[in-house]
Design a protein around this ligand. Structure first.
Ligand code: GBH
Length: 454
């Protein structure tokens, strides 16, 4: 057995990480433009002013995807490029960029998957309080309408948010991503409620204004824990580690699954979370949960790694420590292929939606070799091991709809700047030249065989 015939093989990127042209054609500032100018925030003072210059090189990039046999491309739209003030005036040149990109993709036979928000909030909206502002759900709905009216005659797949865990956790709690704040838990919980409402209003807007058939989802992340053995007890403990809220209130509270997914799929916050946060809860208005829980067509999930879990004598969750010397990526993230079997399995059991892996990949210290090629055997090894596990999940009954490798090309890795390379295509930042890495050709062979050669 292998993947279904219609399994979607893709790659993913995001606007701020690749586009550049940060000050061109009427684009407004995003919080990342501003954050990068603050000393000490980003590795070596790097920024996304030029990045991969994708804004000017998108035709070449689409051609490259075609050469690698890629079937689908997940990209995000820069909100301030389209609405420089976040609301109000529409910047036609910015909108035209995405219009042209979509045309180019369709022409190349590549299905566009549009993410509406991958962290580059318009700075003008940040000045109005950003996601703390109770109007923010309606701002997001207004922006959604502009995009959907323009693109949905050709774009069928939409995602609202990329990784709320990450931008709320790192951006507003831990202060490591833009806008670099360390808010109180009470504030971030209120913010999370607005973000969930924004998601719901956006989904409603997409369905209302879509010009053709659309499929809507979102793309959260989390640590994808897996059991140490196939014993019932270990499996149960691993599952609970995914779907239980932490016992105590911690700064990193946002890094969980159920506080985000349960409102969206079930229409209510998880009981254990309501108990944990009982003294900090935002006001939940009549009708809020109905808006948040608009039906979705799929669950996207960004998967990088997870922790190994064993059940204690009374079934308690024990987080195992990895042996010294276990494989890691260049960022020191553990390599845990089983995350791509158990994660989808547990998520599918609970939420019962087709699953796309909307991101999966790693940073390696790749170098251009003397033969002018980029040999990245570590990346091939990683992707092969993870994909085999994902395939097994499909064979065991999980509806696995597609897989998007992160990332099409090396790009601006947030506060790590250009110090990390996640691409299956190498980017020479001095010249802008692209080189398809060995992993890019390997991925091509996997796509051609629909994963049978994994
Ligand atoms: C994604 O974030 C982003 O969507 C994307 O923009 C970014 O470029 C990409 O991943 C690569 O970073 O516990 O030490 O193993 C992923 C964020 C990745 C954060 C895994 C937590 C675990 C670190 N998550 N990470 S560790």
């Amino acid at each position: 057995m292998s993947f279904n015939k219609d399994f979607v093989w893709g790659v993913a990127t995001s606007s701020y990480q690749i586009e550049g042209a940060a000050y061109e054609d009427g684009k407004g500032l995003s919080i990342w433009d501003v954050y990068c100018t603050q000393p000490g925030r980003v590795y070596e003072g790097h920024n996304g002013d030029v990045a991969c210059d994708h804004y000017h090189r998108y035709k070449e990039d689409v051609k490259m995807m075609k050469e690698m046999g890629i079937k689908a491309y997940r990209f995000s739209v820069s909100w301030p490029r389209v609405l420089p003030n976040g609301i109000g005036e529409v910047n036609e040149l910015g909108l035209a960029f995405y219009d042209n990109l979509v045309d180019e993709l369709i022409e190349a036979g590549i299905e566009p998957y549009v993410t509406l928000f991958h962290w580059d909030l318009p700075y003008e909206l940040h000045k109005k309080g950003g996601w703390m502002n109770p109007d923010s759900p309606m701002w997001f709905a207004e922006y959604t309408k502009v995009i959907v009216e323009r693109l949905s005659d050709r774009v069928k797949y939409f995602m609202t948010f990329n990784e709320p865990q990450c931008f709320v956790g790192l951006g507003y709690s831990q202060g490591l991503h833009a806008p670099g704040l360390k808010q109180s838990i009470r504030d971030t919980l209120e913010m999370a409620h607005h973000i969930l409402l924004a998601h719901g209003h956006s989904v409603k807007t997409i369905r209302e204004y879509a010009k053709g058939e659309v499929k809507v989802g979102f793309a959260p992340t989390a640590s994808m824990n897996y059991p140490a053995s196939d014993s019932k007890e270990d499996i149960e403990a691993a599952k609970r580690s995914l779907f239980e809220m932490p016992r105590e209130i911690r700064e990193e509270w946002a890094w969980n699954i159920t506080w985000w997914n349960d409102p969206i799929f079930f229409g209510h916050y998880p009981e254990d979370g309501l108990e944990l946060f009982k003294d900090y809860l935002p006001e939940i208005k009549e009708g809020d949960m109905e808006i948040i829980s608009q039906p979705l067509d799929f669950l996207g999930q960004n998967v990088y790694n997870g922790r190994e879990i064993k059940a204690g004598e009374n079934g308690e969750i024990i987080y195992l420590t990895r042996e010294a010397g276990s494989p890691k990526t260049a960022l020191n993230w553990p390599i845990t292929p089983k995350s791509l079997y158990w994660g989808p399995k547990f998520l599918y059991e609970r939420y019962k939606k087709p699953i796309y892996i909307t991101e999966n990949g790693l940073s390696c210290h790749d170098v251009v070799s003397l033969d002018g090629k980029v040999h990245d055997p570590n990346r091939i090894d990683f992707l092969q091991r993870y994909l085999r596990e994902f395939k097994r999940a499909g064979e065991d009954g999980v509806e696995v709809a597609g897989y998007f490798q992160w990332s099409l090309m090396d790009n601006f890795e947030w506060h790590s700047g250009y110090g990390e390379r996640f691409g299956i295509v190498y980017v020479d930042y001095a010249t802008g030249e692209r080189i398809i890495k060995d992993s890019g050709y390997w991925y091509k062979s996997v796509i051609e065989a629909n994963g049978k050669n994994l």
